[in-house]
Design a protein around this ligand. Sequence first.
Ligand code: NAD
Length: 373
Amino acid sequence: MMSAAPVLPDPSRRRVLGALGAAGLAGTVPFVRAGTRRPLGVALVGLGYYSRDLLAPALQMTKHCRLAGIVTGTPAKVEEWQRRHAIPDRNVYDYAGFDRIADNPDIDVVYIVLPNHLHKPFTLRAAAAGKHVWCEKPMALDATEARAMIDACRHHRVQLAIGYRMQHEPNTQAVMALATSRPFGPLQRIRAEAGFHGFDGASGDNWRLDPARGGGAMYDMGVYALNAARYTAGTEPIAVTATSSIQRPEIFRGVDETMRFRLEFPDGVTADCATSFGENMNRLRAECAEGWYELSPFQAYEGVRGEASDGRRFDVAIGATPAQQARQMDADALAILEHRPPRVPGEEGWRDMRVLDAIFASARDGGARVEIG
Ligand code: NAD
């Protein structure tokens, strides 16, 4: 591995970008780190389940990026993370001091792995610090937040990629390609369902059950069904109807336990989708005029597989967990290094958020049809 200092260190970079901004050029060209061949330094923000069990181990497998820093509100976690991942003191931040990351040349990318209501504020802060941003799904709480995140990253000339890992998974990519090649004739109907039974005996402070922090099944698992419906259709929905329900009111207060929603796409194509914290479901199916194809499970850390009516199988294996996360981060790192847009840019997250806004509006209105502008 060749190692070289970045051609343009961050403080100089911010001066140059400031000048570009003054010249009206900000947001027109992705930042160029010509000559940089070292793996990008990633700082994980939020050291909960997904960072600890999936992303940090995945960053030990990646070629184009590495775990260089941590940002946490829990001092008790720091020593263990530093020891396990050889993170120097200078690359450890708390939330209040996070903005100083702007002056740290070890950190190229900030990966936001916080509860959903914190995705927007930390994206804005990371972008202002001149760092590329990777942000977990759901991108934000609504489309307005998502747009502000995209605008901030564009303004500060940093990349924004959303952690939709399924779009980096090869069987999913094979199904996505069928939206263009259409070997089974015109698409007619989609079914996309992602959920699990959980939270029995839930107690204490769980942000997934808190409306203010982006809790509920729709934000958590529902975005997989929604995203899959959109990538299977290959077009954008024009209207939605949705109903939300709660089977265990003692656990779910103010957040959806189950959401069922129907998306209407152009040409009469519909997608019947569901998500739940009370029911196991994991299937994506497309019915076409001359056949069908499906993935089940379509949302899993490994073992995504499926088949089609012509006998073809979708069963490419990429290795054990966390291979998907490593693939995603390497692809997103390469996009930065090669000055290309990421596979799943902020705009893709925003497209989901605007549909999600309509889903919540319909559910609030008792299942009324809501058109998506
Ligand atoms: P988690 O609860 O395990 O971790 C959240 C972290 O945020 C904790 O370390 C907690 O201390 C910290 N935090 C900071 N402010 C907080 C606050 N106000 N309330 C609660 N916690 C706070 O959650 P997680 O499962 O790691 O999920 C984090 C993000 O990652 C979410 O956006 C989630 O949707 C996403 N996620 C994605 C995947 C995937 O497959 N792509 C899987 C799991 C989670």
